[in-house]
Design a protein around this ligand. Structure first.
Ligand code: NGQ
Ligand code: ZN
Length: 466
């Protein structure tokens, strides 16, 4: 048997400290088998630069990557009219196109420093209606794209039943999304042959309070079928949905959810933009993670998330890229923080989580934001990464110390500069489960992925644009 792969990192983020000259062994399952700081061993592979855990991306609709920039036409516009444009795209891609779009996206996410992605997957059925012979066909294509790219995946088939809170039936391209709880559980069970191993986890999602029947929430309350695996839901993204929920159900969406679902630390509430202070405190008390997607939320004009109320209550948040108008973890975190600074007209906005230290590499704003994304993104996806420790996954991103963004940086200034020094990425290499998938800024299959993506998108976009 060959010896386990071993690396010597010039500077590795271990807990909240930069450790110099750390030797790491990785076992056959892609987990960290040993860590020896201050190692003189120069015989193993040397990794220069600042190495950090890869960032988990807790919320993605892969097919929407193809829409970025195509929903910006002038005119009366809102979240709801954007959704019509998105639905026009959602009507089109078949399995081959979805796989090609997802592959391109996952390559881009890796190059930016994400090492796993939570796929909130609701494009279940063929364009134009009908059913695939294999109900898990589209899910399998997502899994295949993730395998080809080498990114970690947590796949979550989405339950989608109604067009609105009043139980309105699904119409148009929404019919592709139709899935009840039993069907979602069946898809999840069917995927056990390809998921559940080191590279792919499984969860479950409910599209939203709007799109899932109260009877389904009741079933989940009585029989928590997602216990032990991630459960994700969109909630309270738009003020209109808050008004409608109040009118029809007598409670705001977050409160209604807390009253009607067994929300606990296994749940991720995506967006949750319009929460009261009391709702934020209640979400924090349940231990659920709030999944923030700042560039999508900004693009859609959702509103500003009340981060201070959540963080002061000891609540948890992680980040996702949702519609993929950005595919960078630091762009998400930067916009999140800037929104809070602009609203507060101050630079000192609450970011401190319960586990945050005041010293070392995480002491600045960039490190504090990343600490939330690492810890809570992994919690929301039940993903065993986000920190460098023996037994954890060897999912890592290497920041190029020679990049101008990091010149002369030490201590917490490294992570602060990664987050707050513009859009040129210093991410040079990325490792997933002990394998390098990005080396010297190149992904192993980026040319093929870009060609396949371009062909898929060309085929989808009709002449004259949409
Ligand atoms: C989605 N996206 O499912 O892709 C949603 C829009 C909806 C965001 N909420 C559709 N960002 O919420 O009904
Ligand atoms: Zn979403």
């Amino acid at each position: 048997m060959p010896p386990p792969p071993a690396f010597r990192f010039e500077a590795l983020l271990v807990g909240d400290r930069w450790e110099p000259d750390v030797r790491m062994e990785v076992d056959a399952a892609g987990r960290i088998a040993s860590l020896s700081p201050g190692s003189p061993d120069a015989a193993c592979e040397q990794v220069c630069g600042w190495t950090v855990p890869g960032v988990p991306n807790l919320h993605s609709h892969a097919f929407q990557r193809a829409l970025a920039g195509l929903a910006e036409a002038d005119g009366p516009d809102s979240f709801w009219s954007w959704r019509e444009v998105m639905y026009r795209l959602a009507a089109l891609p078949g399995p081959d196109e979805v796989e090609a779009i997802a592959l391109q996206l996952y390559v881009e996410l890796l190059k930016a420093g994400f090492t796993c992605v939570g796929e909130f997957h609701y494009l279940h059925h063929p364009p134009g209606g009908g059913r695939y012979a294999d109900p898990a066909e589209m899910s399998r294509r997502i899994v295949r794209a993730a395998e080809k790219a080498g990114i970690g995946l947590v796949h979550m088939p989405v339950v989608y039943e109604n067009a609105g809170l009043g139980g309105e039936p699904l119409t148009g391209s929404q019919r592709r999304f139709r899935l009840d709880l039993d069907e979602a559980l069946r898809i999840r069970a069917d995927l056990a042959d390809v998921c559940g191993g080191a590279g792919c986890g499984l969860g479950l999602a409910l599209h939203s309070v709007r799109a899932v029947r109260p009877a389904t929430f009741r079933r989940i309350f009585e029989n928590p079928c997602a216990a032990g695996s991630p459960m994700h839901i969109h909630v309270a993204e738009q003020e209109r949905e808050v008004r409608e929920c109040l009118a029809q159900r007598g409670a705001r969406p977050v409160q209604w959810l807390l009253d009607h679902a067994p929300v606990d630390q296994g749940w991720c509430l995506v967006h949750a933009t319009h929460m009261t202070g009391a709702e934020a405190a209640a979400v924090a008390a349940r231990g659920a993670v709030v999944g923030l997607c700042p560039t999508t939320e900004a693009n859609l004009g959702d509103g500003l998330f009340p981060l201070g109320a959540l963080v002061r209550a000891g609540g948890r948040f992680g980040i996702g890229t949702d519609s993929h108008v950005s595919r960078s973890p630091v762009e998400e975190l930067r916009l999140l923080d800037y929104g809070q600074r602009l609203a507060a007209r101050a630079r000192s906005v609450p970011r401190t989580g319960p586990d945050r230290t005041r010293n070392g590499a995480l002491a600045g704003a960039g490190g504090a934001l990343l600490a939330h994304a690492w810890e809570n993104g992994c919690r929301a996806l039940a993903w065993d990464g986000g920190t460098v420790a023996v037994g954890r996954r060897a999912d890592l991103a290497v920041l190029d110390a020679g990049h101008p963004a990091l010149a002369g940086r030490r201590g917490h200034a490294v992570l602060d500069s990664w987050v707050f020094s513009g859009t040129e990425s210093p991410v040079r290499d990325v490792m997933v489960a002990g394998d390098w998938v990005v080396r010297d800024r190149r992904h192993m299959c980026e040319e093929g992925a870009a060609r396949g993506y371009a062909a898929a998108v060309d085929g989808l976009i009709q002449p004259g644009g949409r």
